[in-house]
Design a binder for this molecule. Sequence first.
Ligand code: LUZ
Ligand code: MOS
Length: 757
Amino acid sequence: MKNIDAKNHLTGKSVYLDDIPTIQGTLFCAVYDAPIAHAKIKHLDISEAGRMPGVAKIFTASDISGENEIGSAVKDEPLLAKDIVDFCGMPIALVVAESPSMARAAAKKIKCEFEPLEVVTCERAAHEKQQYIVAPRTFSMGDIEQGFAGCTHVFEGKTYSNGQEHLYIETQGAYAVPMENNSIKIYSSTQGPTAVQRTVATVLGVGMHQVEVDVTRLGGGFGGKEDQASAWASLVALACFHLKKPVKYSLHRMDDMRMTGKRHPYSADFKIGLNNDLKIIAYEVKFYQNAGAAADLSPAVMERTLFHSTNTYFVPNVKATAFSCKTNLPPNTAFRGFGGPQGMFVMECAIACAADELGVDAAIIQKKNLIQKGQQLSYGQSIESLAPQCWQRAEHLFKMEESIQRVKAFTAENHLFKKGFSVMPICFGISFTKTFMNQARALVHIYTDGTVLITTGAVEMGQGVNTKMIQVAADVLKIDASFIKIQSTNTFRIANTSPSAASATADLNGRAVEAACIALKSRLTQVASEHFGCNLSDISFNKGAVVATQDCAMSWSELIQTAYEKRISLSEHGHYATPTVHFNAATEKGHPFAYHVFGTALTTVTIDCLRGTYEIDSVKIVHDFGSSMNKTIDLGQIEGGLVQGIGWMTLEEIVFDDQGRLRSNALSTYKVPDIYSVPKEITIDFLENKEPSLAVFNSKAVGEPPLMYGIGTYFALRNAIKASNGNTSLPFDAPMTPEKLLMNLLKPVTSAVAEPV
Ligand code: LUZ
Ligand code: MOS
């Protein structure tokens, strides 16, 4: 089935937040935000701004009727700064005016006196000062001391991976409309309609039942709108509630880049121990997460880093500790992979470090240590591993050995261009790590003409989840997809939704749709059996008809009409809660994931040793889809995830100066992958896997796992540099921008056997 949005996207008819027809009298917003990263607010003067043309009102912290608090996990984040600002871009005042340009002009007239405080931007510096968001956590397994004592080889190192700008094509925004009896309706570009509803209710000091949040679709989220859509919705809600007028705010790109959090940068220290046979016996790692100025989702992100600290390898002795370091940067947040990629990157660095020191290919160490079925990761879950299967299939299907030889031959023959090769195996846990979040609901109505309307808690953000929801209903009810429509996600129709996140949206909501449709079908079977006077077991549904034995059949529409006349309910509210998942935070052990997704990517790159530029020749992937429900959509997710991961690891460099000001604040200074920088060849193979899983229709989650294939490009580039200058002590510092690659090529050669460039 094609993506139901394909045609409207292509013809520009799909409606995003800023396309919603504007109601007469709508007011518009601009935020006055902190120009300094850490300071006391001495005096805020809005008087001149307030006299600017078109200004309706300027809101500050003292105008908030409920709580000035938007932190979801930890209550540490004011909506509008009151006494202290703790990052550049922190909202201080909201200007509401007759047009967006009037609001912006007035915001420029706001004056504020600050008393500067010390600015800390670096996670290691924050760690030195023990400035933490939450207490550190440690996952451990086996005995790390004994483990290292028994190792032949022990290596230590440091790593850094930078953050990443979400760069959803549609910026953050919300549109609030006043309704009767102090209720409010908010259109929000959010992955978490319930988070928006809850936060708005808190800020306004009203009940959640007064706040309707409606989401048709997003122009991308990538985690950036899992938690951070709430601020903008709360601001428009505040203005709307007090002025009793519709209020809209759709952020400019540069404002969005400056004011919102990003992927967490991480520093880490690792120590890896191997035996004679290159088995990894012990691994110790300390993660320093740059959380920014408030908690946001950082504690959960940190937790997922710990869950993925050994990637797809079995290590009997592990100690992984994570520190969530508080800095004067915008609060960092969810981003596709949610801390997993940062954890996996360090493990791959440790293996690369060992490989360099031992003079073997990293792939030899990787392959020897792949986790096998039944082995446990550090958190005690025994894994239904497909890691060896993915690796072996990639090895044979893509002729890995030949690729390696071709790369070596090219590199031997060419001085100005070198090739590099890497393997990136992945293992990603599917479920929210907070067990209670693994639930969803769906509402299914059948109308008397036989058409079906679905609503779920899933938010469509380009990932095709709505198409999959229709597929589920069509499959269970055995009717054509043209009978089924899906409606916007709305907190008045579906309550208490978990955000569309954690790659789990299709699983959770799809299972809820399935449950509702099964219940409806069971009632309809009863109706049909009474109608035909036959047994329940004789009734079957097939291609838009219901069939009993012999020649008795009627169309779906006739059946529905019959059921209606018998006064049978044609509506159902389905509920799903993932079974089997649990986790004990006191012991840091449990079974947090419904299942894991596996895969292996082979990457080949070519670097230009004079210019420092590079091209990605190919990325060849074997991916564990389970049984894909929609191959076109899933291929799109793999390609998009891969390229986003490559961007994180290669081109995308977030630069804050030491005063916490964002320097890479526009698309001219922040480079994302484009059609010229993507791999010249992407091959994706579906690993055949009929083993049942908790995935909906066994179609495994596909949103986040492929991002981590992009890590392979970093190591392929690193291998190409090593091939050029023989330097095996290159720093582990991502992203590998062309500038950094060039500097690495020019690093003094430390190995005696290196040949000159
Ligand atoms: N969000 C969340 C996530 O709240 N919990 C998670 O475990 C998660 N994982 C991935 C992406 N978003
Ligand atoms: Mo996400 S990082 O699954 O919002």
